[in-house]
Design a protein around this ligand. Structure first.
Ligand SMILES: NC(=O)c1ccc[n+]([C@@H]2O[C@H](COP(=O)([O-])OP(=O)(O)OC[C@H]3O[C@@H](n4cnc5c(N)ncnc54)[C@H](OP(=O)(O)O)[C@@H]3O)[C@@H](O)[C@H]2O)c1
Ligand SMILES: *[C@@H]1O[C@H](CO)[C@@H](O)[C@H](O)[C@H]1NC(C)=O
Ligand SMILES: *[C@@H]1O[C@H](CO)[C@@H](O)[C@H](O)[C@H]1NC(C)=O
Ligand SMILES: CC(=O)N[C@H]1CO[C@H](CO)[C@@H](O)[C@@H]1O
Length: 351
């Protein structure tokens, strides 16, 4: 009931705001298309979150000595992931832009009584090549083995902005930066993997990948920027890469597996500035997952024994789930991989 009412309200609000925005008709139509697609995909995901409620759980086993890297991690879903990793007694390397926020977050966890685990905080802006290189160098010099990497930092929608390196910001933050990070950390990730204890790379992707496509001829969406289109592209790109990487690791018999995770539709600041949060904030408050609930499938993807040897999969509410057909296309995976490598001037991936 709530869902249907919510959906109708969103559609009406959307139509009104788009028409009032006085943009060219072509843009209006594309924006309307993506708004409706997001509402459809989002509503379906909210319903799935509800139906799969009982599946959404993870153990927090003791994993003393394991080293995990997380990007972002100072707020939102990432913050809850850090908290659970601490409970598992891991060493967590947090790469974030807001060091102060991360420090006080850890202090708060300690005050709340979480005594286990270690947290090390580093400066990282995942949208900037220089910053990624510095971060990788710093942690590689201190930690020879890295067991888990959670590619969590992400942005959604927002206006067209290009980073200092000349890439559209969602593509750069959600996909490209993490591609480079994994390239740089791969030797250490491989070094940590063992036969029945694989290292794991976990990408926080999204159900939005279902409506994504890769626009090779205009990867930055410079010609026509529709925020929703760019977000979906970045999330599909992550998924393609995750699948590609698992296959590569399998072929070279490295003990590394990769997963993409849809955390659920989660009420975080990611939705700030969206129509939904501006006009009908009661909908996310009522229907969306909490950040803690969103963190559960991510932690599950890292620590679950059930997933050993089952990389290259997409996790939704702690179950292996179907992705869209596009994400499975090996041809597209390969094309995107080569394209991205060239974009970043990487000669040999992971070396
Ligand atoms: N919420 C959902 O419903 C949902 C659904 C599907 C997927 N996801 C994905 O889940 C992930 C986490 O989202 P969230 O909901 O937790 O969002 P959030 O509350 O907005 O948190 C985003 C995090 O990413 C960090 N970040 C953004 N840009 C960065 C940059 N250039 N360098 C370093 N860190 C950066 C932010 O750090 P600052 O504090 O420095 O900004 C923050 O820690 C994202 O990848 C998102 O796409 C979310
Ligand atoms: C996750 O996606 C990034 C690009 O966003 C990619 O570089 C990284 O290797 C991916 N890792 C896995 C295992 O999904
Ligand atoms: C991912 O790799 C692991 C082992 O490296 C393999 O067992 C698994 O089947 C792979 N996943 C897919 C979808 O091929
Ligand atoms: C919808 C949902 O997220 N359900 C459960 C997920 O897991 C947490 C923690 O175990 C529960 O509190 C939620 O009810």
């Amino acid at each position: 009931m709530f869902l249907i009412a919510g959906f109708c309200i969103i559609v009406v609000i959307t139509v009104i705001s788009i028409v009032r925005s006085k943009k060219p008709l072509k843009i209006i139509l594309s924006e309307a298309k993506y708004e409706l697609l997001y509402n459809a995909v989002g509503s379906k995901a909210v319903i799935q979150d509800y139906l799969m409620k009982s599946k959404n759980k993870t153990d927090l086993p003791l994993m003393t000595g394991k080293v995990a890297v997380i990007t972002g991690g100072n707020r939102g879903i990432g913050k809850e992931v850090v908290k659970m990793f601490l409970k598992c007694d891991m060493t967590i390397l947090i790469g974030c832009r807001n060091i102060q926020a991360a420090k006080s977050m850890i202090e708060t966890f300690r005050k709340e009584g979480i005594k286990t685990g270690n947290a090390d905080i580093y400066n990282l802006d995942i949208s900037l090549i220089e910053s990624i290189k510095l971060f990788a160098k710093e942690i590689k010099s201190k930690y020879y083995k890295i067991n888990y990497v959670v590619n969590n930092a992400g942005i959604m929608f927002g206006p067209y902005i290009e980073t200092k390196d000349g890439f559209e910001s969602q593509f750069s933050t959600n996909y490209l930066g993490h591609f480079l990070l994994i390239h740089l950390l791969l030797p250490n990730i491989k070094a940590a993997g063992e036969k029945n204890d694989f290292s794991r790379i976990v990408n926080v992707s999204s159900c939005a990948h279902h409506i994504g496509d890769i626009k090779f001829e205009d990867i930055n969406n410079r010609k026509q920027y529709i925020a929703g289109e760019a977000y979906a592209q970045s999330k599909l790109a992550q998924l393609l890469f995750s699948n590609y990487l698992n296959e590569t690791m399998k072929k070279e018999k490295s003990f590394v597996q990769s997963h993409s995770v849809h955390p659920g539709v989660v009420n975080t600041e990611l939705f700030d500035g969206t129509l939904l949060k501006n006009k009908a904030p009661w909908i996310p408050n009522l229907l969306f997952k909490t950040p803690k609930q969103g963190a559960i499938p991510i932690v599950y993807a890292c620590v679950s024994k059930e997933l050993e040897g089952k990389g290259g999969t997409y996790i939704h509410n702690c179950e292996i789930f179907e992705t869209c057909q596009l994400a499975k296309s090996q041809e597209l995976q390969e094309k995107l991989f080569t394209f991205t490598k060239d974009l970043l001037n990487i000669l040999e991936f992971g070396n």
